[in-house]
Design a protein around this ligand. Sequence first.
Ligand code: GLU
Length: 471
Amino acid sequence: MSGKISFFKSVENYVDKAASYTDIPKGLVEQIKACNLVLQIRFPVRVNGDFEVIEAYRVQHSHHRLPTKGGIRYAESVDQDEVMALAALMTYKCALVDVPFGGAKGGIKINPSNYTVEQLQNITRRYTTELIKKNFIGPGIDVPAPDYGTGPREMAWILDTYQAFRHGEIDSIGCVTGKPVTQNGIRGRAEATGRGVFYGLREAVSYGDDMKKLGLTPGIAGKTMVVQGLGNVGSNTALISQLEGDVKIIGVAEREGSIYDPNGIDIEKLLAFRKETGSIVGYPGSKHIGDASAALELECDILVPAALENQITAENAARIKAKIIAEAANGPVSADADPILLKKGIVIIPDFYINAGGVTVSYFEWLKNLSHHRFGRLENRFHHNQFEGLVSKIEEMTGKTVGDRERDFLTRGGTEIELVNSGLEDTMITAYQQIRETMRQHPDIHDVRTAAFVCSLKKIASDYISMGIFP
Ligand code: GLU
C-alpha cells in the first residue's frame, strides 16, 4: 500500500475504471465490489507459558457463485483491509479463468517463523474450529487453500480438524484444497501457480504485434527474466520458465539481497545453494547488487515480483526498466505506481490473471474430491486398449511399424499430472485470448489490467442478471 489509499480501495478503483467501459448498471457494480461477509476473529494460544491473542480473518467477498474460494495467509502484514482486497481479487480471478467460485481469503496475523510446529498446528486447528462454528468452511460453502506462509501441511491440519467435527460427511475432503497428494490432494497443485505464470507469459509474448510495440521478438525462449521472491510461486515460475521455456534468469531477489548475472543463473543450483548457506548472496558467478528491492530495477524483458504486495510503488516505479511485469504475487504494483509504469510503456500482466494457476488446479482438486476418484482411473486402460488397436490397424494397413517411443505416446492415456497440466495450460491460454479479444473490441483500453477487469466484470454481471436479481 502506498499509504495514500487502502489496498481494498485500490481494487475498487480498478473495477470502477473497468466498469466505465461497460453498460453494467451502477448499482450492480456496487454490489459486485462489496464484500459480502467479513469474519474477524480473536483467539488465544499458549506461547511459552503465557497466552497470546491471535488476530485472524476470513472474508467472503462474493456469493454470486458458491462455494467461495481463496487461500489463507500467515503474515505480519495481515489486517482486515488486506484480506478484503485479496478476497475481492479472488472473485475477479475465478471469473476470469472460468473457475465457478466466488472469491474469499483468510489471514492470520503472525510470522510463522516465530512459532514452533506444534504452536502453528494449534493456531491452525483453532482457526479452523472458529470457521466451523461460524459456518465459514465446507465443500459447498467456503474452501480455503494455501497462500503466503502456508502450504500442504497447514491444509492437512485444516482437513483433519474439519473431519473431526463433520464425521461422516461424504464430501468433507473437498473442504480445503492444496492438500498433500497423500491426503486427497492432486498432483501438480504445489507448482500450479508458478506453472500458470509460465503458461500465461508464454502466451502473452507469443503475439508478434504486441512484442513489436515493446521492441521484442515473439517467443519466450531467450527472454531475460528477473524474479523477486523464491517462495513457492517465484521458485516454480523461475524453474519452469528456465527448463521448459529456455528463459534466461539474470536477476533474483530474496529477503537477504539481490544478485545479478547477465550470463544467466541456474535456478536449481541457486535453490540448493540457498538451502545450504541460508542465502542467495555469494552464489558463484553472481554479483551482489543490493537489498531485496535492488533487482526490481534491473534492465530485463520480464520482471516477476513474486513476493508480497506493494513492492513497486511511486517511489521506485520511475526506475523500473523491465519491458513486461508479470504480477505473480497479489498486488505487487501499488495503485500509484501503475500509471507511472504504463506511461513508460511497460506492459503489466495483472495478478488476478497471471497467478490464477493456483486456484485453477485447486478447482481440479475439488472436482477430484467430489467425484471421489482419481482422474483417468476409470478410462485410462480402456483408452489404452482402443489406441493400441488403432495403431496396430494402421501398421497392418500401411505395412510400416510405429517406433516404441511413439507407440507409447500414442497409446498411453493421460496420467493425473498430465491431465492437470494440460487443463491448466488450456485455462491460461483461453483467458489470455479473452483479454486480448476485449482489447480488440475496446481500442480505447490500453492496459491489460483494465481489459482483464472488463472480462471478469461482464461474466459476474451476467451471473447476477441471470439470477434475476438485476434487470
Ligand atoms: N492463494 C492462491 C491465490 O491467491 C490460491 C487460492 C486457491 O487455490 O483457492 O490465488
